[in-house]
Write a protein that binds this ligand. Structure first.
Ligand SMILES: Nc1ncnc2c1ncn2[C@@H]1O[C@H](COP(=O)(O)OP(=O)(O)O)[C@@H](O)[C@H]1O
Ligand SMILES: O=P(O)(O)OC[C@H]1O[C@](O)(COP(=O)(O)O)[C@@H](O)[C@@H]1O
Ligand SMILES: [Mg+2]
Length: 461
């Protein structure tokens, strides 16, 4: 009935984990102050379904769908664990761009391993500055609950992060040399692709090491899970920039407030910020082509809005309209150290184009464009309450899975229920905004912006 997406375990390889010949009862069951209820432990047969929406109109269709239901192991504490807490030697690393909540995840991993499972002092380490920290001169730092106690209140990552520096041989060599048997990797899509390689190399070398990923990306561009942590905080922070753009535009004669928000290849932040603000007249995202001049274009639309309301606000995701921006040399379109494309500044380009257009078509009439680029301000903040809660659940899910002996997996909510997903699936999955779906239709119904399909033609850029 279900197609269960099985997880690798350390036992598959015949490893005697943490010097345990057989699983032992979960130490949480023996906790002196906490007595687990009958439903506390999750059975290996508990699953979370990936799809919850079905067309109930045809019995045949239902039968067919039931046969293909993708299911994942439900996350949570198991009755038995594979690691002896006394022998746990865990490494935690944060990679890629900043995202609100990174410190919270680290804090909860340290505190959870110590207080839920009784991992002893000196059993948890923080790797400095991303993947390269495994083999750099800076040694991993021991992390105790007291060290990390206040970390959830800080933005950024205390451990440090970086792009690039993924040297597989040296990373796995360092894991072996330090005797790490649990590795918690906090990072985005690129980091997860790297973690899959680490997992595979660890297997190839037959090392008794569990590798798990906790998906981090402010862009929300990791697939399968409901959303990534920090995303809601970033959307909340973006409101201030949009509000400022609105005030500036409203206070000027024929004013345009232009706000650029993060989103390298996905427009989730722009979309959610637009939906929650209501000050936005037009939202431009990488997944939807647009054009500036002519009938049905951005400028025609903005002209009508300005004439009607006296002002307009445009939110543009950083990855939007890249194909429209002229570039003199190919070298301008370079990549960052991780190989991610470094984009041209769509905001600065759009501002210049807006000014040129007004000058060409409405010279003599007052016009102002205020361009706000809050790029790092929306991600370099501490997590809000909801994201702190979410980070805690993600960290605990990861610990429970690793202690149970699973490896090569990512924890995350699927339709609100926490699940363990094979890491390779998450690394391969993308999460673009589905412009055919209702969420994008909601944006369009709120902004009433054009669909940028030229009359008599398909979508154009
Ligand atoms: N395909 C890949 N294979 C191995 N490592 C990768 C890959 N893509 C990115 N990485 C590494 O993952 C880390 C973070 O990647 P990056 O793309 O900068 O951020 P994010 O994980 O947030 O998307 C970097 O150390 C980078 O070298
Ligand atoms: O200047 P940096 O650190 O490379 O970060 C900029 C990029 O980081 C992002 O937030 C995405 O980063 P991640 O993939 O690491 O989450 C993009 O929106 C943005 O293009
Ligand atoms: Mg990324």
């Amino acid at each position: 009935m279900f197609a269960l997406h099985e997880l690798p375990t350390l036992a598959d390889e015949g490893h005697v984990v943490g010097a345990l010949p057989n699983p032992i009862p979960n130490p949480i069951a023996l906790h002196s102050l906490y007595h687990p209820t009958a439903t506390f432990f999750i059975a290996p047969t508990d699953v979370v379904l990936r799809d919850v929406l079905f067309d109930a109109s045809s019995a045949r269709g239902q039968r067919r769908q039931r046969l293909q239901l993708a299911a994942y192991h439900r996350a949570g504490p198991r009755r038995e664990v594979a690691f002896d807490p006394v022998r746990v030697r865990a490494a935690i690393v944060t990679c890629g761009g900043l995202c609100p909540g990174m410190n919270t995840v680290v804090r909860e991993l340290v505190v959870g391993l110590s207080e839920l499972y009784g991992v002893r002092g000196g059993g948890v380490f923080g790797v400095r500055n991303g993947y390269r920290g495994f083999y750099s001169e800076e040694e991993p730092v021991p992390l105790e609950p007291e060290t990390v106690e206040q970390w959830h209140k800080a933005g950024g990552t205390v451990l440090g992060t970086s792009r690039g520096g993924f040297d597989l041989g040296r990373i796995v060599g360092a894991i072996e040399r330090h005797g790490f048997n649990q590795v918690y990797v906090i990072g985005g899509d690129g980091t997860m692709r790297g973690a899959v390689k680490i997992f595979e190399e660890v297997r190839r070398r037959r090392l008794p090491v569990a590798i798990t990923g906790i998906p981090k990306t402010v862009d929300n561009d990791v697939g399968i899970i409901d959303r990534s942590f920090g995303f809601h905080t970033a959307v909340e922070e973006a409101q201030q920039a949009i509000a400022a753009g609105h005030v500036e535009a409203e206070s000027a004669g024929n004013g345009v407030g232009l706000v650029k928000l993060m989103g390298r290849s996905t427009g989730h932040i722009a979309l959610h910020a637009t939906l929650s603000s209501r000050d936005v007249d037009c939202c431009l995202i990488p997944e939807e082509n647009f054009y500036l001049r002519g009938a049905g274009g951005l400028f025609e639309f903005l002209y009508h809005r300005i004439k009607k309301n006296g002002h307009a606000v445009v939110v543009v995701a950083e990855g939007a309209g890249q194909g429209l921006i002229p570039t003199d040399t190919d070298s301008q379109r370079c990549a960052d150290e991780s190989g991610n494309p470094a984009f041209l500044d769509v905001g600065a380009w759009l501002k210049a184009e807006l000014k040129a257009w007004w000058e060409e078509e409405h010279a003599g009439e007052l016009f102002t464009v205020k361009y706000i680029d809050p790029t790092y301000m929306i991600r370099a903040v501490p997590a809000n309450a909801e994201d702190n809660l979410y980070c805690t659940l993600l960290a605990h899910s990861a610990i429970h899975g690793v202690m149970a002996g699973y490896t090569g997996f990512v924890s995350g909510p699927i339709n609100g229920n926490y699940a363990y997903i094979p890491m390779a699936e998450v690394a391969e999955g993308k999460n673009p905004v589905d412009t055919k779906d209702h969420k994008w239709a909601w944006v369009r119904s709120i902004t009433n912006q054009p669909d940028f399909i030229r009359a008599g033609a398909g979508a154009m850029s």
